[in-house]
Each structure stands twice: as C-alpha cells, then as structure tokens.
Design a protein around this ligand. Structure first.
Ligand SMILES: Cc1cc2nc3c(=O)[nH]c(=O)nc-3n(C[C@H](O)[C@H](O)[C@H](O)COP(=O)(O)OP(=O)(O)OC[C@H]3O[C@@H](n4cnc5c(N)ncnc54)[C@H](O)[C@@H]3O)c2cc1C
Length: 429
C-alpha cells in the first residue's frame, strides 16, 4: 500500500516517520522550499526568533521523536510553568499549584471559593460558549482574570465566540471521566502544576521538523505543491506541476482553504472547509533587557492595550543574542502578539506602526525599553474554533482520503504528532 501525504508540516512529517520501516510506503509532497509548515524559526541579527509555536510540551510522543532523531542533546527545557496575567495595571502570576492558588492576587477569597464550588455546578453544555461555561462553573472573577486570558490567549481568540463543542472537546471528555472539572485540575496542581515541561531546541522549534525531513528526505519532495487529486481505479493520482504520483490512500494536512480546493473535485461538501475562520495574527519580536523570570504574560480582555500576550523567550529558553563571531549581544528576545479575534483590523497597519505598538506597550507593562527586531503578519494564523466550525458537520470525507489537520482535531504540536502516530498505526493494521 502507498500513502500520499500532502504537506510537510509537523503532521505530515511525523506521519512519514511513523510509517517508515512499516509495510506501508509513502510519499510526502510539500509546496514550500522548507519543511515545518507553520513552525518557523530563524536568526535575525543573531537573535533566535520563532514565527510559529514558541514552545511545545515534552509529552511522550514528542519525546519519542526526540530520541529517534538523536535530538536529546539539542533540547532546551523551560523551568516551572510561570505565566502572568496583566490585570489592573500589573503583572500577576497565574496559579498552577495549590500553594500558588492560595497566594494569587488574581482572585479574591470569594473568587477562590467560587472555583472550589465547581463540582456543584451543572456539567458543561456542548452548545454554550467557552466563556459561558467557564463563568458558570468557576465564577466570573476566575473567568475574567485567569481562565479567559490564558485560554483565549492560547488561540488569539475570544472565548465568548468559541462554542464548547468546537473548542473544548478535551474538557468534555475530562469531565465525563472525573465527574467534574475541579478534580483533574487539583490532581495536576498537586503534582506540581504541569504534566509535561515546556521545551524547544537550541536552534528553535523548527529543528524538529527539519530533523524529520533530514531523516526521511528520500520520500519528501519540497517545492512540489499538489495541484489536484484525481480518482484512479481504487486509488488516487496526486498531480503536481512536473510529476504525478499514484497512491492508494491520501492524507491531507494542508490549511482548510487549500484542502477545500484540492478536495472539491472529489466531494461537493469540500466547500464547507472554506467557511472555517482563522484568526489573523501579527508578531513583533523585540530585543530588551529585563530580569523578569517566566514564560510571559497574557493581557486581561478589558485592559486598554492592543497586546494580546508576550512570550519571554529570553527567560524561557535563554534566547539572548549571538553575533556572527559567536560573541554575546546585549538583551534577549521577547515576542509580542497582536491582532487575533480581538482586533483583526490591526493587521492592516504598517509594520512600523505594529512595531511601535509592540515596543511601547511592552515598555508600559515591563518598565523597560525595547528595540524592534522584526515584524511579521499571518493573515490566517490560528484556527478560530468558532461557530464557523458548524460547517464541518456538512463535510463528507471521500473513501481513502484522511484529513489529519489542526482544524479537524487538536492544534498543539504534541497533539499533531499523536494523531500522526495513531494514523500510521491504523495504516499498519
Ligand atoms: C502562530 C502560531 C503559534 C502556535 N503556537 C503553538 C505553541 O506554542 N505550542 C504548540 O504546541 N502549538 C502551537 N501552534 C499550533 C501548531 O504549531 C500547529 O497546529 C501545527 O504546527 C500544525 O502543523 P500541521 O502539519 O498540521 O499543519 P501546517 O503546519 O499548516 O502544515 C501544512 C503544510 O502543507 C503545505 N501545503 C500547503 N498547500 C500545499 C499543497 N498544495 N501541496 C503540498 N503542500 C501544501 C504547507 O506549506 C505546510 O507546510 C501554533 C500555531 C501557530 C500558527
């Protein structure tokens, strides 16, 4: 059996890795001239910047790849989860352990009691929004000051526009398993706050897809966009500009609008994929001197800032500068996120304006000046997981076609790798 994999992002490459050495043959076709998809790392003026994920969780499936690829020596682990919320004019530490919950100034005693009463509330309703569900179950204060900024910040999104059924399927499963949501939260808090440490690599997150590509490059074709998928007997032909590839099954890992185009000749329902919203996102990479320790902060929704959140790459992974001759440069990297579902119109601003906003607001919050290293825009950044996901109910997957994507399943890199591995196991069966 031969599988055609469209896209050499982390999903396509992890699938290739897990198919390698099995009886299933595969070919990966990638439009871009480099592997990794939205995972992009690189140096600007000697500073290592991330234009996609800033970090990933070192879960079992990630660790397996790290070991298989001999990347152990390249891993950088961040310390304890130390995240802040900017609220009422100050950075306040988000609690992840019992002790931190006791001390946090993000919640009053009444707010803390509301959190502890969660098991008495009615179960999450798939039809309510994430904001309604969190407010109803954990109280308004916990939602506004803590859960809203952290959950919304992860997706550059507004939880009041994210139905539970589209954005929190994992939470629904967790509630079913434990009977409530507080029990698993407390279990995690008692275990120290996080199930897996945050990590990156010496040369950034993209080192992982690059190493996957290097290990399997004989079956991965870069700069080879798939222009069409044609039925051919019991299988398919993948068309590219120069060559056609005959395969039995096809795994599609491309962004929703590309998948809609490719699948349109095979199913009328492909149009549904075109209706999925993505949140636009701008990144402003800054160089600054700060001795703040932690992962970064998210901004509470009602604060008068355009900044959604800031990643402290300098403190998390020691991202300081390095000149061409190897000498240390001053300061470290901070990544400001702008736009998102809250203010998509910001992406119409010039790079210069975005840089100014990022640096000025950073100085206001952190109390230290910053210099802009780079400004970038992603018109289609994060999947929005909003009401437009209703469209997926109309989508019918043609036989022999498999969608392995972050809009049909979970978004995080560990989840993408886990899905790829499970799919490889299904092919093996
Ligand atoms: C800005 C940002 C920040 C994120 N932060 C985090 C984080 O901190 N932690 C975390 O765990 N996750 C994070 N994520 C999520 C995670 O990075 C993504 O969900 C994941 O990398 C998606 O990988 P993928 O392979 O499924 O898709 P993609 O990376 O989108 O890969 C799809 C590939 O298909 C290719 N392609 C497109 N058209 C064609 C065609 N016609 N023919 C062939 N190939 C084609 C594309 O070039 C691309 O390489 C973030 C995502 C973004 C965008």
């Amino acid at each position: 059996m031969t599988v055609g994999i469209i896209g050499a992002g982390i999903t396509g490459l992890a699938l290739a890795h897990h198919l390698d050495g099995t009886e299933t043959e595969y070919v990966v076709l990638e439009a871009d001239d480099q592997p990794g998809g939205v995972i992009r790392s690189g140096r600007v003026d000697g500073y290592l910047l991330e234009w996609g994920p800033q970090r990933l969780r070192r879960t079992g499936p990630v660790d397996e790849l790290v070991t298989d690829l001999g990347l152990d020596g390249e891993v950088i682990e961040a310390g304890d989860t130390k995240l802040f919320v900017y609220a009422d004019g100050d950075l306040r530490r988000a609690p992840f352990t019992i002790e931190e919950f006791g001390h946090t100034d993000l919640l009053s005693w009444r707010g803390k009691l509301d959190v502890l009463k969660e098991p008495q509330t009615a179960p999450a309703d798939p039809e309510e929004t994430a904001a309604e569900m969190f407010t109803r179950k954990f109280g308004e204060e916990a939602y506004e000051n803590l859960i809203g900024p952290l959950f919304g910040g992860t997706y550059g999104s507004l939880p009041e526009r994210m139905p539970v059924k589209h954005s929190l399927s994992g939470v629904l499963r967790m509630e079913e398993k434990y009977g409530d949501l507080l029990t698993p939260v407390l279990k995690r808090a008692m275990a120290g706050g996080s199930s897996a440490p945050a990590m990156s690599f010496e040369e950034g997150v993209q080192q992982l897809p690059t190493a996957l590509y290097e290990a399997h490059r004989e079956n991965v074709h870069l700069e080879t966009p798939v222009t069409g998928i044609r039925e051919d007997g019991a299988g398919y032909v993948l068309e590219t500009d120069d060559e056609s590839f005959e395969v039995d099954d096809v795994v599609v890992t491309t962004p929703a609008e590309v998948s809609a185009d490719l699948l349109a000749p095979l199913t009328e329902s492909a149009d549904a994929l075109r209706r999925l919203n993505y949140n636009p996102l701008a990144f402003v990479h800054l160089r600054a001197d700060s001795d703040r320790d932690g992962f970064g902060y998210q901004v509470r929704h009602d604060e008068d800032l355009d900044t959604l959140g800031v990643s402290w790459n300098a403190s998390m992974f020691g991202r300081t500068g390095r000149s061409d001759d190897g000498a240390d440069e001053a300061g470290g990297v901070y990544t400001v996120f702008l736009g998102g579902m809250k203010k998509p119109e910001l992406l119409e601003e010039s790079d210069e304006t975005l840089g100014d906003i990022g640096a000025t607001e950073f100085a206001e919050v952190m109390g230290t000046g910053a210099e802009v290293l780079s400004v970038n825009k992603l018109d289609r950044g994060f999947p929005a997981y909003d009401a437009s996901w209703d469209a997926l109910e109309e989508f019918e997957t043609p036989d022999g076609i498999h969608l392995a994507t972050n809009y049909t399943a979970r978004m995080g890199v560990p989840s993408r790798i886990r899905e790829a591995k499970a799919l490889a196991e299904r092919f093996a069966e």
